[in-house]
Design a protein around this ligand. Structure first.
Ligand code: PXP
Length: 241
C-alpha cells in the first residue's frame, strides 16, 4: 500500500499563466490540499517557467507544513536555486523544451557524473534526493551509485496500458514496477511513484508493496476545477485507503 499522497499543483499555475494574472494562487491550492489531508505538495520548476515560477516555490516553502517536493532538471542553476529554498525533497527529472509533460525517466546510467554531482550537492544541504526513473534494473543500480535517497518510478506506461484497457500490458507494467520496487528497496533505496495516475487507475498501483509516496497532479487539479480541491484530494485519499 502506498503510504502517502503528494499533490502536484503545477496546473493551478498553468491556469494562472493562461492569463498572466494573479489567480488562481498556487499557495491557496496547496493550503486547501494539505487541509484535506495530503502528505505533501509537489511542484515542477521548469527551465522555461511555463507554470510554477521561482516566487511560487519560495512562498510554498514558507506555507507548506508537510513535505515540499521540488521537481527539477539537474542543471547547476536549478541545484543552486534548490539550495536557497531548501525543499524537503528534490526529484530530479529529465526535461525537453517542447514536451507537454515529463516524457520518460532520467537516464541516470548515461548521465552518472552530472547526476551524482547534483545529488551530492543537494544532499550536502540536507535535502532528500529522488531520481525519477523507468522501472529498469540498470537505472536502479545507477541511482544507487549516484547516492540518491529515493527513486520515483515512472508509472506513465502503466497508465497508458490502462487507457488502452489491455490487461496483458497492464499486468506486464505492474510486474515490472513490483520487481523494481523490490530490487530498489533491497538496494537500500526508498521508493515513490507517479505520472499519469488518476481516479480510475490508481488502485492497482497503490496495492503494490513498497511504495512510500504517490505524486499525482493532472487528475487531481482537473477534478478540483469541477468539484473543488478539498473534495478532489479527499476522493483520491479514499481510493488509496
Ligand atoms: N512525477 C513526476 C516526476 C512528474 O514529472 C509528474 C508531472 O509533473 C508527476 C509525477 C505527476 O504526473 P501527473 O500530472 O500525470 O499526475
Amino acid at each position: 500500500m502506498a503510504k502517502y499522497l503528494c499533490v502536484n499543483i503545477d496546473h493551478i499555475a498553468t491556469i494562472r499563466e493562461a492569463r498572466k494574472v494573479r489567480e488562481p494562487e498556487p499557495v491557496a491550492a496547496a493550503i486547501i490540499a494539505e487541509l484535506a489531508g495530503c502528505h505533501g505538495i509537489t511542484v515542477h520548476l521548469r527551465q522555461d517557467r511555463r507554470h510554477i515560477n521561482d516566487g511560487d516555490v519560495h512562498l510554498l516553502r514558507h506555507t507548506v507544513t508537510g513535505s515540499l517536493n521540488l521537481e527539477m532538471t539537474p542543471t547547476a542553476e536549478m541545484v543552486q536555486f534548490a539550495k536557497t529554498v531548501l525543499p524537503n525533497m528534490v526529484t530530479l527529472v529529465p526535461e525537453g523544451p517542447n514536451e507537454l509533460t515529463t516524457e520518460g525517466g532520467l537516464n541516470v546510467e548515461a548521465g552518472i557524473s552530472e547526476i551524482t554531482a547534483a545529488v551530492q550537492n543537494l544532499r550536502a544541504s540536507g535535502i532528500l534526493v529522488s531520481l525519477f526513473i523507468d522501472p529498469k534494473t540498470e537505472q536502479v543500480k545507477a541511482a544507487r551509485k549516484a547516492g540518491a535517497d529515493y527513486v520515483e518510478f515512472h508509472t506513465g506506461p502503466y497508465a497508458d496500458a490502462f487507457e488502452r484497457r489491455n490487461e496483458n500490458e497492464i499486468e506486464l507494467e505492474l510486474s515490472k514496477l513490483q520487481d523494481q520496487i523490490t530490487f530498489a528497496s533491497k538496494s537500500g533505496l526508498r521508493v515513490n511513484a507517479g505520472h499519469g495516475l488518476n481516479y480510475r487507475n490508481v488502485k492497482r498501483i497503490s496495492e503494490l508493496n513498497g511504495i512510500e509516496e504517490l505524486n499525482i497532479g493532472h487528475s487531481i487539479v482537473a477534478r478540483a476545477a469541477l468539484v473543488g480541491m478539498e473534495r478532489a484530494v479527499k476522493e483520491m485519499l479514499n481510493l488509496l485507503g
